[in-house]
Design a protein around this ligand. Structure first.
Ligand SMILES: [Zn+2]
Length: 228
């Protein structure tokens, strides 16, 4: 697994498919997303190497490439899994993942990618999180409910370090763009605009490279170009 240091105390993890982030407060670690199923051993090896304890697993939404290793990591570390109520049934395997409403250009991309993304093993959610919750890491991690990509999509904003985790609502492939494969594109656009207004220096996306300086300006420039 490729691992990059984004800024001190924040790692960008790239398992075989998907990506995840590890935030450290001293020896206390928070994992944001988990990659596809089977990424667990590489992530636990990293925890050992860094000599940290995993205290929570936060899922930005219920897609397979984000939830995939949550069950194995929860079992291996005892860390609780946190997610928004809107995606809990999918994460716990009680409901199938709803199909996104694809734009014409997204269809071939979706058809080529989805067969390569294995389904996630159902994972119990230990704590439902909601808009306005403040989680105990990063000096206070604010939860934003940003539906559209999925019903239960969330972002996390750390105001002290001005760090934003966007989940799949925003992606960064050379340029900052609206994430693909949304359940409700109009809602996702609205959520993107909301995230762009935050005071953000470092932005971490569900897909694509993090931005480490003045990310808010790039997000606002991208938001201004979005069509409703
Ligand atoms: Zn997704």
């Amino acid at each position: 697994m490729d691992v990059d240091l984004v800024v001190p105390g924040l790692y960008h993890l790239r398992p075989d498919f998907g990506q995840a982030y590890l935030w450290l407060d001293g020896r206390s670690a928070t994992l944001i997303d988990t990659g596809t199923v089977g990424s667990g051993p590489a992530i636990t090896a990293l925890l050992t190497e860094l000599d940290v304890e995993l205290d929570r697993i936060v899922l930005t939404h219920g897609h397979e490439d984000h939830v995939g290793s949550a069950a194995e990591l929860r079992a291996a570390t005892g860390a609780p899994v946190l997610a928004h109520a809107g995606d809990v049934a999918v994460i716990q395997g009680e409901q199938p993942r709803p199909d996104p409403v694809l734009l014409d250009w997204e269809r071939p991309l979706f058809d080529s990618i989805t067969p390569n993304v294995p389904p996630h093993p159902p994972c119990p959610v230990d704590q439902e999180i909601a808009e306005g919750d403040v989680l105990d890491f990063g000096g206070g991690a604010r939860v934003l409910s940003i539906p559209g990509h999925t019903d239960g999509s969330i972002a996390i904003h750390l105001s002290r370090s001005r760090t934003l985790f966007t989940g799949d609502t925003i992606a960064h492939f050379g340029e900052v763009v609206l994430g693909t494969f949304n359940l409700d594109r109009a809602q996702a656009v609205e959520s993107f605009r909301r995230l762009a207004e935050l005071d953000t220096e470092v932005a971490c996306f569900g897909h694509g490279e993090p931005i480490t300086r003045n990310a808010g300006a790039e997000l606002r420039a991208a938001a201004a170009k979005l069509n409703d």
